[in-house]
Design a protein around this ligand. Structure first.
Ligand code: GUN
Length: 293
């Protein structure tokens, strides 16, 4: 029988833990942690993501600000905003929601973020620290994947984990984290040039689908009894929904789920944990900024 890695329920529990910690701090007269999200332009998915981040921040008692900047802002102006946030001691952490408009050099902008406030873990310094196993801010989505596996007590040591996708935000850091001491998986990374992909994925005890293609993973690609973690989030037009769309993942759940021992639903799997990870990183930045612990 397949069991659900219920990200929604776990996220509620983790948010409760964070909210308790915030209450204890503010009861002592300290200010709440402060997270800023910067959004440039009007990208629909980004608006939703940032709105969710803002709502969750407020739910746990954080101060949350959203800086909305016009799509035609110059890179120089955006760098000025980053410089301002780097130097504002009342801002513990901030994120620049991606993607940015085409005329802006994303990597240039990301690397202008102070590594101590980079709660997305996207700067070269934090990526380097993570790969070296030093204390680092780890990107929220792979951190969410790890939290789900850990908190559900999924056995990972010596297991063959196949990661589908090699993005800087998900696939690459997920492969790195899951191969580390503590998880101890044997990791294979697959990508668009991988040959005989289904032969690879069928060998996975743990399959992390972060390929960015709707319902790409079908039943014949999955081993009986595998743990399947679906990182995909795709909006598909659906007139029966009030929003006009429904959310599907990278996995064809209608046929894959019955083969799994554990599977993340979409929505309600990795997504809610991603936001929790951002909150956890912000709490860590706050403690560092205020010399706590
Ligand atoms: N765009 C898609 N995912 C993310 C994320 O985790 N952080 C930021 N800043 N932008 C994103």
């Amino acid at each position: 029988m397949v069991q659900l890695l219920d990200g929604k329920a776990l996220a509620l529990q983790i948010k409760d833990e964070i909210a308790n910690e915030v209450r204890q701090l503010t009861a002592k007269g300290m200010r709440a942690p402060h997270l800023v999200a910067v959004i440039v332009g009007e990208d629909g998915a980004s608006q939703t993501y940032v709105a969710n981040k803002e709502r969750s921040s407020k739910e746990v008692g954080f101060t949350s600000s959203v800086y909305r900047l016009p799509a035609n802002i110059t890179e120089e102006k955006l760098l000025e905003t980053i410089n301002f946030m780097n130097n504002d001691s009342e801002i513990d952490g901030f994120i620049i929601q991606l993607p940015l408009p085409k005329h802006i050099n994303e990597q240039h902008v990301i690397n202008a973020i102070s590594p101590e406030k980079d709660v997305d873990g996207f700067t070269a310094i934090n990526v380097g620290r993570m790969v070296l196993g030093e204390d680092a801010y780890v990107p929220a989505t792979p951190m969410g994947v790890c939290t789900l596996l850990k908190r559900y007590g999924i056995e990972t040591a010596g297991k063959h984990c196949v990661v589908l996708g090699r993005s800087n935000i998900v696939g690459t850091p997920a492969a790195n984290l899951l191969s580390r001491k503590g998880f101890d998986c044997t990791v294979t990374m697959c990508h668009s040039k991988t040959q005989n992909l289904a032969d690879m994925t069928r060998q996975a005890d743990i399959l992390v689908a972060a390929i960015g293609k709707p319902e790409f993973v079908t039943a014949e690609m999955v081993k009986e009894g595998a743990v399947v973690v679906d990182v995909g989030i795709h909006r598909i037009p659906d007139e029966t929904k009030k929003s006009g769309y429904r959310i599907i993942g990278d996995v064809k759940h209608s046929e894959v789920d019955e083969k799994c021992s554990w599977v993340t639903p979409v929505p309600g799997g990795v997504g809610p944990l991603t936001i929790c990870s951002l909150l956890e990183n912000t709490m860590k930045a706050y403690k560092r900024n205020n010399n706590i612990e």
